[in-house]
Each structure stands twice: as C-alpha cells, then as structure tokens.
Design a protein around this ligand. Structure first.
Ligand code: HEC
Ligand code: HEC
Ligand code: HEC
Ligand code: HEC
Ligand code: HEC
Ligand code: HEC
Ligand code: HEC
Ligand code: HEC
Length: 413
C-alpha cells in the first residue's frame, strides 16, 4: 500500500497495535506521530566524537536530493529495463518500472555494498525483498500501483513525496481515448473541457482519473462490512463512499511521453513529485472506529484517513452521482500538494436545490435537523455527514450556510 504524505492528527487513537494489520499500523504510525520525514531520516548528531550510526536500511531522498543535490535521473532511469515485462503487449509503455541500478549507488556506497553483514549488507533491503543470496528478487516498484502480479511483493512504505497535479492546467486538455501506439500522441486525447458535462451529469474528464471505489452497484448489500442489528441512524461505512486517485503513470504518460513533447517529460520526476513536509490536519476519521467496523482495505483506510471535510460523505449515495463534481470540488483552486485547498465547503451540501440545507427544518434539511438537535442537547452527535467531527460544537460556517433569500451573505467566498 501507498501511504500519503500528510501528517494527520487523529482524534482518537487507542487501538492496541498488537491487533492491527501492517496497513493499519502504518496509518496508526502516521496519524499518531504526524511526522514521517523524521522517522525516515537517519539520526544525525552534530559534534560527537564517535561517527554516528547511519541506518542503511532506510533510504532517504532528503539526504540524496536535498543534501547531496543529486538529480532524480542520476538514479531513476526511464524507461527501466523491465518495462515490457511488468506490463505485457499493448499495455506496456516506457515507464520507470524498477529501482535504480547498483551503478547509481556504487560511487558513494562501495563500503556499504561490500560490508561484511549477514545474511547480506543492510543497504540491499532498500530494493531487494530478502537480504539473502538465495533470493535476489526485488520489490514491485511502487509506481506500478495498477499492476497486479501475485508473484511480486509490494512493500509498505510512507512516501516522502506528494503528487502535484495542476487540475487547472488540464481543464481544456483532458478527454480520453485509449492510447493508440504509433499515432501522433496528440491524437490520443480529445479536447474536452473539464466543465463539459455528460447530459447534466458529472464532467466526462474526472472519471478518467477518479472512479468510485468498490461501488454498491446492483448489489443489495450497501455496507462494506456487516453492521450490528440495532444500527438505527448510527454511522456505518457504506460501499461507494470513496473515489480513487491515480496510482500509477498509466494515464499521465499517455500525454506526457518522450514522443509527445508535452512537458513534463517522464524523466522530469521532480515536476510531478515534490518532497513535502507533513501537514498537521484535523481529520474526520477514527482508526478505532474503522477497526471496530472490520475495515482493513488499504485504499479505504488511506482515503478515509485523509478526509478533512466529511468522513461519512458517500459519492454513490442518493443523488450524488448525478451532480456535477465541480459543484462540490472547486477544481480551479485546488492544489493537490496543499490539503487545506481540497476542503469541500459546507455550502456545497445545499446545492442549488437546498438538499441538506433548507430554509426551515420542516423542509427536511439534514443540517437543519442536526443543528436543532445540538441546540436542544449539546451531547447530540451529528452523524449524517461526519464520523468524528459531529461530537464537537457547531462551526460558524455551518450556521452561515443557510439560504438568505434577500441578500447574499457577505462572508461567502
Ligand atoms: C541517490 C539515488 C536517488 C535519487 C537521486 C532519487 N531517488 Fe527516488 N528512489 C531511490 C531509491 C533507492 C528508491 C527506493 C527506496 C525507497 O523507496 O525509499 C527510490 C524511491 C522513490 C520513490 C518511491 C518512494 C517514495 O518515497 O515515494 C519516488 C516517488 C521517487 N524515488 C522519486 C524520486 C524523485 C522525484 C527524485 C528527484 C527529486 C528522486 N527520486 C531522486 C533513489 C533515488
Ligand atoms: C553522491 C554520493 C551518493 C550517491 C550516488 C548515493 N548516496 Fe546514499 N548517501 C550518501 C551520503 C553522503 C549519505 C549520508 C550517510 C553517509 O555518509 O553514508 C548517504 C546515505 C545513504 C543511506 C542512509 C540513509 C539516508 O538516506 O540518509 C542509504 C540507505 C543510502 N545512502 C542508499 C543509497 C542508494 C541505494 C544509492 C543508489 C541508488 C545511493 N545511496 C546513492 C551519498 C550518496
Ligand atoms: C537501489 C536499489 C538496489 C540496491 C540497494 C541493491 N540492488 Fe541489487 N539489483 C537492483 C536492480 C535494479 C537489479 C537489476 C539490474 C539489472 O537488471 O540489470 C539488481 C540485481 C541484483 C542481482 C542480480 C539478480 C537479479 O535479480 O537480477 C543481485 C544478485 C543483486 N542485485 C544483489 C544485491 C545485493 C547483494 C545488494 C546489497 C549489497 C543489492 N543488490 C543492492 C537494485 C538494487
Ligand atoms: C507527469 C507527472 C509525473 C512524472 C513526470 C513522474 N511521475 Fe511518478 N507518479 C505520478 C503520479 C500521478 C503517480 C500516482 C500518484 C501516486 O501514486 O501518488 C505517480 C506515482 C509514482 C510512484 C509511486 C507512488 C509514490 O509516490 O511513491 C513512484 C515510485 C514514482 N511515481 C516515481 C517516479 C519517478 C522516479 C519519476 C521520474 C523518472 C516519475 N515518477 C515521473 C506522476 C508523475
Ligand atoms: C489526468 C488525471 C486527472 C483528472 C482528469 C482529474 N484529476 Fe483530480 N487528481 C488527479 C491527481 C493525480 C490527484 C492527486 C492525487 C494524489 O495526491 O495522489 C488528484 C486529486 C484530486 C482531488 C483530491 C483528492 C484527495 O485525496 O483529497 C479531488 C477532489 C479531485 N482530484 C477531483 C477532480 C475532479 C472533480 C476532476 C474533474 C473536474 C478531476 N479531479 C480530474 C488526477 C486527475
Ligand atoms: C455533493 C458533493 C460532491 C460531489 C457531487 C462529488 N464529491 Fe467528491 N468529495 C466530496 C466530499 C465531501 C469529499 C470528502 C472531502 C474530505 O472530507 O476531505 C469528497 C472526496 C473526493 C475525493 C477524495 C477521495 C475520497 O473519496 O475521499 C475525490 C478524488 C473526489 N471526491 C472526486 C470526485 C469526483 C471525480 C466527482 C464527480 C464524479 C465528485 N467527487 C463528486 C463531495 C462531493
Ligand atoms: C490528455 C493529455 C494529458 C494527460 C492525460 C495529462 N496531462 Fe499533464 N499536461 C497536459 C498538457 C497539454 C499540459 C500543458 C498545459 C499548459 O501548459 O497549459 C500539461 C501540463 C502538466 C503539468 C504542468 C507543467 C508545468 O510546466 O507547469 C503537470 C505537472 C502535469 N501536466 C502533470 C500531469 C499528471 C501528474 C498527469 C496524470 C495524473 C497528467 N499531467 C496527465 C496534458 C495531459
Ligand atoms: C450536510 C452535511 C453536514 C452536516 C449535516 C454537518 N456537517 Fe459539519 N462539515 C460538513 C462539511 C462539508 C465540512 C467541511 C467544511 C467546513 O470545515 O466547514 C464540515 C466541517 C465540520 C467541522 C470541522 C471544522 C474545522 O474546523 O475543520 C466540524 C467540527 C463540524 N463540521 C461539526 C458538525 C456538527 C457538530 C454538526 C451537527 C450539528 C455538523 N457538522 C453537521 C458537512 C456537514
């Protein structure tokens, strides 16, 4: 599983680590400490007489890119030698699909590569599965998120990078046709504005990169795991809650290829991947709750633990699939490297038709109802849109979200 860069501040973190899967443990580590780069960086002491011990099992880009000032492709080669093996036939494209080769390290790390360590030198484990002369296999390179090869092992890791995808710069370019190798790559994509809609529905372009994850579809079972019998109005995770995000280069490199000349080229790793300092964010997620529901799916946990607006919001729920994505996601102002900018405004839950925010409670607005309850009883927990936020007080912007028929609210941005 691929973990994200943000340091997240979870509200409740109490689950006994002993019972957690490795995936959960990584999320736990992240939500608890909120500082990954420090975990990865070897300890450096300043003026001690002894040489500090360096942990050669934990490669750090901080050391190599920032301190040593090495450029990405001094180590990472595109295409990697194995690019036609990891994806077969038509699916193959010149990708960075393997770890850097020994040659890119040896100039500086001859000593570590030939260290007398059993069963193998520590440094080998950054790329190889087993530190053993008998098993020389490597991990699946993490850029191959969409490759399912049961013979290859995936490593758990916390990325030092965030992906910068400028949605605004793609507004007029992203439409999608399957790649047709050999043709002018500019013919691969049709020009569809991000705003263009499928007959009143969501824009055509977003689903190229974002699909509903594990939708309920035609199944009669709406929950991800079996809820208790007396569930009532209490929250329980439903299928089709999350949208996916790209987990490989497959879509990006249809346009950003050596042939097309559309910058950034595949070799310009640093244009898309940025070293990030973890942000401390308040998330609407509770690992203990997720664990008690039996949620172990890595993608769900990863998405859920990044929810900063509404942990219970379900993309597949009610009329949501028929709405324009851009009504809730302010795409032109989103910066994927700055989570704060990804926040969905509470006003968008009202939409043009009122929906969850109505003039009066009698009109059925969920926000109206919950605010009324909260006013009556401060211990009331709002569960309609939230997993943990609902225990808190009502934020200002919730109270200001109600339609003011006469004049527009001055605070609305
Ligand atoms: C000194 C060699 C070296 C340089 C320079 C280097 N890398 Fe890496 N990179 C590695 C090694 C080795 C790994 C595998 C070990 C690991 O995952 O930490 C890796 C893994 C990665 C990963 C997956 C792990 C993660 O933290 O997300 C990404 C993404 C990545 N590199 C991007 C880059 C980018 C972008 C640059 C330039 C800014 C760069 N690398 C420069 C050697 C290098
Ligand atoms: C230009 C020289 C240079 C190159 C090339 C280089 N390293 Fe390093 N590396 C260093 C220095 C300097 C350190 C700091 C610790 C030390 O002095 O050994 C370091 C530290 C490390 C560490 C300890 C943790 C960390 O990153 O701080 C690992 C692991 C490591 N390198 C792996 C690699 C691998 C694998 C490659 C090849 C893909 C590589 N290095 C390429 C110079 C280099
Ligand atoms: C930076 C990542 C990296 C590190 C660190 C590394 N290797 Fe490798 N290793 C590779 C890659 C990539 C290949 C495949 C090279 C090729 O196909 O030409 C490879 C190939 C090999 C092979 C050839 C067998 C095979 O599967 O292709 C052996 C043996 C090997 N490595 C052993 C080691 C040992 C021992 C160490 C530690 C001293 C080590 N490697 C450290 C990346 C690494
Ligand atoms: C056009 C933009 C773009 C370029 C150029 C690019 N990448 Fe990526 N890369 C992405 C996207 C998008 C993903 C999928 C998002 C994710 O996994 O977070 C990704 C995923 C990855 C991953 C796995 C996820 C992670 O963050 O560790 C690795 C490793 C990686 N890229 C390495 C590289 C390396 C090395 C280069 C340069 C040789 C490179 N990429 C060039 C956009 C790019
Ligand atoms: C060409 C691919 C592509 C298209 C088309 C695209 N996105 Fe994205 N989107 C991305 C990438 C890459 C990220 C960053 C994901 C990451 O951080 O790993 C992202 C991030 C997001 C996020 C934040 C996700 C999070 O983790 O919080 C939202 C929301 C989003 N996109 C909405 C949209 C909407 C709405 C559209 C259509 C108007 C759209 N995107 C079109 C690639 C795309
Ligand atoms: C009715 C409002 C609404 C609509 C319509 C909507 N979303 Fe979302 N979306 C949200 C909310 C709320 C979140 C959670 C944000 C958070 O808590 O950080 C979210 C999160 C996301 C994420 C991050 C992953 C996740 O599920 O947490 C992506 C990607 C995304 N939406 C893409 C889309 C795309 C693509 C569409 C259109 C097909 C769309 N959304 C339509 C409200 C909406
Ligand atoms: C349909 C073709 C297409 C796809 C698919 C596509 N891009 Fe782009 N991208 C472009 C074009 C064209 C531009 C130049 C836009 C401009 O300069 O106004 C661009 C620009 C960019 C830039 C800005 C470069 C700069 O100089 O600021 C980045 C970063 C980028 N793309 C990343 C990505 C990533 C990451 C993905 C995959 C998630 C992706 N792109 C998918 C066509 C595409
Ligand atoms: C219709 C959906 C909806 C309902 C109902 C709802 N909220 Fe929210 N809430 C949101 C959205 C969207 C956000 C993200 C925007 C924001 O920060 O206001 C949010 C954010 C929050 C935050 C985080 C603010 C911050 O500082 O980051 C808190 C706390 C919160 N809500 C409490 C509540 C309480 C208490 C109730 C019940 C009275 C409630 N919400 C009802 C949608 C809802």
């Amino acid at each position: 599983m691929k973990l994200r860069y943000q340091g997240l501040v979870a509200f409740t973190f109490a689950a006994s680590l002993l019972f957690l899967t490795p995936q959960l443990m990584s999320i736990a580590a992240r939500t608890e400490s909120g500082n990954e780069t420090q975990q990865r960086r070897p300890q450096k002491k300043v003026a001690t007489p002894k040489k500090p011990r360096v942990d050669y099992t934990k490669f750090s880009h901080q050391t190599h890119v920032v301190t040593q000032k090495l450029v990405c492709n001094s180590c990472h080669k595109v295409p990697s030698k194995n690019f036609k093996e990891v994806r077969k036939g038509e699916a193959a494209f010149p990708d960075v699909s393997d770890f850097p080769e020994h040659a890119s390290c040896l100039n500086c790390h001859r000593e570590q590569f030939f260290a007398r360590e059993r069963p193998a030198p520590a440094i080998c484990s950054n790329c190889h599965v087993k530190n053993s002369p008998k098993d020389t296999s490597r991990w699946l390179f993490p850029s191959l998120g969409d490759v399912n090869d049961p013979t290859k092992k995936r490593r758990e890791f916390i990325s030092e990078f965030g992906v910068g995808f400028p949605h605004d710069k793609h507004i007029d370019v992203v439409g999608f046709n399957a790649p047709r190798p050999g043709r002018d790559p500019r013919g691969w994509f049709v020009t569809v504005s991000l705003q263009e809609k499928k007959k009143d529905g969501p824009p055509k372009s977003c689903p190229v990169c974002h699909q509903t994850y594990q939708p309920q579809g035609d199944s009669s079972e709406e929950f991800v795991t079996k809820p208790p019998k007396n569930i009532g109005d209490a929250f329980w995770l439903k299928k089709g809650t999350f949208k996916t995000t790209p987990n490989s280069h497959t879509v990006c490199f249809t346009c950003h290829s050596a042939d097309s000349g559309i910058a950034p080229a595949p070799t310009d790793c640093n244009v898309c991947h940025k070293l990030v300092t973890p942000q401390s964010l308040k998330v609407d997620f509770d690992l203990k709750l997720a664990t008690s529901m039996g949620i172990t799916d890595a993608t769900m946990l990863s998405k859920w633990s990044r929810r900063i607006s509404a942990g219970a919001f379900r993309h597949e729920g009610g009329e949501h699939p028929d709405l324009n994505c851009m009504g809730c996601h302010n795409v032109p102002t989103m910066n994927t490297l700055d989570a704060k900018t990804l926040k969905v405004q509470v006003r968008s839950c009202g939409g043009p038709d009122g929906c969850h925010i109505t003039a009066t409670t009698d009109d059925g607005g969920a926000l109206n109802f919950e605010i009324d309850q909260k006013k009556k009883d401060a211990t009331f927990v709002c569960t309609k849109c939230h997993t943990t936020f609902g225990k808190e007080g009502v934020p200002e912007d919730h109270l200001k979200a109600f339609p003011e028929p006469k004049k527009k609210s001055a605070t609305s941005e």
